[in-house]
Design a protein around this ligand. Structure first.
Ligand code: SAM
Length: 225
C-alpha cells in the first residue's frame, strides 16, 4: 500500500525527533520541505541523504499537481515543515486534502512529534484539557474584535506571536482582556528558553525592562475568564 507521511520535526533542539520520524525520513523516496535548507540541516544531523523538494505557502497549484503525479508513479513521500507539526499554522492542509481526494487508496500517516503549541501548554500550568488555539492573530482586520472575544473565553486561549508584534499584543491584552493571567513560552527547547508568567501588566513590564528578551519565537497563553 502506498503511503504519504506527515512528519513532525524539532521546534528548536534537533534531538527532539522520534526514532520513527528518523527512520521514515530515511526510507521515503522524497521529502517535501517548507525550506529545503532548514530540513537539510536536520537530515545531515541524522545522516539522512534523501532528495528534497520545496513545498511552502507560496507554492503554486501546479506544484501540487506535480506532487500528485509523483504519488501516481508510486513514490512514497514525506511532508515536513521548518519546525514542529506540519499544517499547524504551517503549510500542508491543502496538499493533504488533495492527496486524500486524488488517491483514496494512499494511506496518509502522521508521524507524531513536537508542536510549540502543545509544548507551551504542557509547561504553562494553565488548564490544558480544553483550550482554544488561534494560530497567528490577524495584523489588522478583526484584531480588536478577536481580543474582545478572547476576554470572554472560558477556556485557556493559545496563539503564536512574533517578536515584532509581541509588545503590541501585550498592550492589546492589557487593554481588552485586563489583568488576566498570561503565560509566555519563548524559545522552547532552545538555549534561551524561558517562561514568563504574571498578569498582563507584569508580563508587559518584564519585556519592557528586558528588551533583549523580545526576540525569538513566542507562544502566548491567556488564562480562561
Ligand atoms: N507547525 C509549528 C508547530 O507545530 O509548532 C508552528 C509553525 S508557526 C509558522 C511558527 C510559530 O510557532 C512561531 O512564530 C512561534 O509562535 C511558534 N514556535 C515555533 N517554535 C517555537 C519555539 N521553539 N518556542 C516558542 N514558540 C515557537
Amino acid at each position: 500500500m502506498l503511503k504519504f507521511y506527515v512528519v513532525a520535526t524539532p521546534i528548536g533542539n534537533l534531538e527532539d525527533i522520534t526514532y520513527r520520524a528518523v527512520r521514515t525520513l530515511g526510507e521515503v523516496d522524497l521529502i517535501l520541505c517548507e525550506d529545503t535548507r532548514v530540513t537539510v540541516n536536520l537530515l545531515n544531523k541524522y545522516g539522512i541523504n534523501k532528495p528534497t523538494m520545496s513545498y511552502h505557502s507560496q507554492s503554486k497549484l501546479s506544484k501540487i499537481d506535480k506532487i500528485l503525479e509523483m504519488i501516481g508513479e508510486g513514490k512514497t513521500l514525506a511532508l515536513v515543515s521548518d519546525a514542529g507539526t506540519p499544517t499547524i499554522s504551517d503549510p500542508g492542509s491543502v496538499l493533504v486534502s488533495r492527496v486524500r481526494e486524488a488517491y483514496p487508496e494512499v494511506k496518509i500517516i502522521a508521524i507524531p512529534g513536537p508542536s510549540a503549541l502543545v509544548s507551551a501548554l504542557s509547561i504553562s500550568g494553565l488548564p490544558a484539557s480544553e483550550f482554544v488555539f488561534l494560530g497567528f492573530l490577524p495584523h489588522k482586520k478583526g484584531r480588536e474584535t478577536l481580543f474582545k472575544e478572547i476576554s470572554e473565553m472560558k477556556r485557556t486561549v493559545a496563539f503564536y506571536e512574533s517578536p515584532h508584534r509581541i509588545m503590541k499584543t501585550l498592550d492589546s491584552l492589557k487593554k481588552y482582556v485586563g489583568e488576566r493571567k498570561i503565560v509566555i513560552a519563548r524559545e522552547i527547547s532552545k538555549i534561551y528558553e524561558e517562561v514568563v508568567s504574571g498578569n498582563s501588566s507584569e508580563v508587559e513590564k518584564y519585556f519592557l525592562d528586558n528588551k533583549d528578551k523580545i526576540r525569538g519565537e513566542f507562544v502566548v497563553l491567556v488564562s480562561e475568564k
